[in-house]
Design a protein around this ligand. Structure first.
Ligand code: 13P
Length: 287
């Protein structure tokens, strides 16, 4: 059964480790992540962007697929199904479809409007038992075709949103989605420290997990990050493994064209990447 991300993230924050949010794109992605979480006795969050939800034929299809896998694959570790960077409307659609967690990304609204909309969603999610992630300070990079630059959130604005009763808070600290440019200045630990001081026990979320060096990840966890989002890195290893299979001509040998065979190396590559991240985040055996 899907669970809200509240308990797993409160435990992570208190225990100084982080739970990974791995974004899903299809059946192979979902199965690879769920099996890896189970094999490593780790809690996990499946992230679904609006674009990925549309690609997978809608939120209800995603809920059906994930719930089916939890049962048929005997997944017993805590799993949350989470809307990633949701608009106000998408949050309501996912709540209705059966997600167990949503992110309302109101970071592009003036703070007053972000507060008002987040407040409304806090009440709805509380009533229905879902966890809610809010965002302050836009996280740059490219996400579903929208490109922005990494910002540093204002710690007072973070406190204003945290005080509304959200479950977890994403704050920009110079992180961006996708690959980091050569001249990236790194995470602003000064900002993160100031945010954690103002928000206390609130589990903080680090977006753009792809390409952040391990030592920065560990430092961020020590300063209150309890959820780390990874998307692009799984896409890169999946594409690399699939390319290798084709370049080696394996699809031309025997029944190598069978889609289950074509997609198998990418599936294994995602499993290895997710396990590697769970080790760095410290979530193994924390289910
Ligand atoms: P990356 O694609 O950079 O790993 O970021 C993922 C993310 O933050 C999803 O919200």
């Amino acid at each position: 059964m899907l669970v809200s991300a509240k308990e797993m993230l409160e435990k992570a924050k208190a225990g100084h480790y982080a739970v990974g949010q791995f974004n899903i794109n299809n059946l192979e992605w979902t199965k690879a992540i769920l099996l890896t979480a189970q094999e490593n006795n780790s809690p996990v969050i499946l992230g679904v962007s609006e674009g990925a939800g549309k690609y997978m034929a809608g939120y209800k299809t995603v809920v059906g697929m994930v719930n089916g896998m939890l049962e048929e694959l005997n997944i017993t570790v805590p799993v949350a199904l989470h809307l990633d960077h949701g608009s106000y409307d998408a949050c309501y659609k996912c709540i209705e479809a059966g997600f167990s967690s949503v992110m309302f990304d109101g970071s592009h609204y003036p703070i007053k409007e972000n507060v008002a909309k987040t407040k409304e969603l806090v009440a709805v999610c509380k009533e229905k038992g879902l966890s809610l992630e809010a965002e302050v300070g836009a996280i740059g990079g490219e996400e579903d075709g929208v490109v922005g630059m990494g910002e540093c959130a204002d710690p007072d604005e973070c406190k204003a949103i945290a005080d509304l009763g959200v479950t977890m808070l994403a704050a920009g600290i110079g992180n961006i989605h996708g690959k980091y440019p050569e001249n990236w200045a790194g995470l602003s630990f000064e900002t993160l420290d100031a945010i954690q001081q103002k928000t206390g026990d609130m589990p903080l979320v680090l977006h753009g997990g792809t390409g952040i060096p391990d030592d920065m990840i560990k430092k961020a966890i020590s300063l209150g990050v309890a959820k780390i989002n990874v998307n692009t890195e799984c896409q890169l290893v999946f594409a690399e493994a699939t390319r290798k299979y084709i370049e080696e001509g394996k699809d031309l040998v025997g029944k190598g064209f069978d889609p289950r065979k074509v997609l198998a190396p990418g599936f294994e590559a995602i499993k290895a990447k997710v396990k590697e991240k769970m080790e760095i985040f410290g979530s193994i055996d924390k289910a």
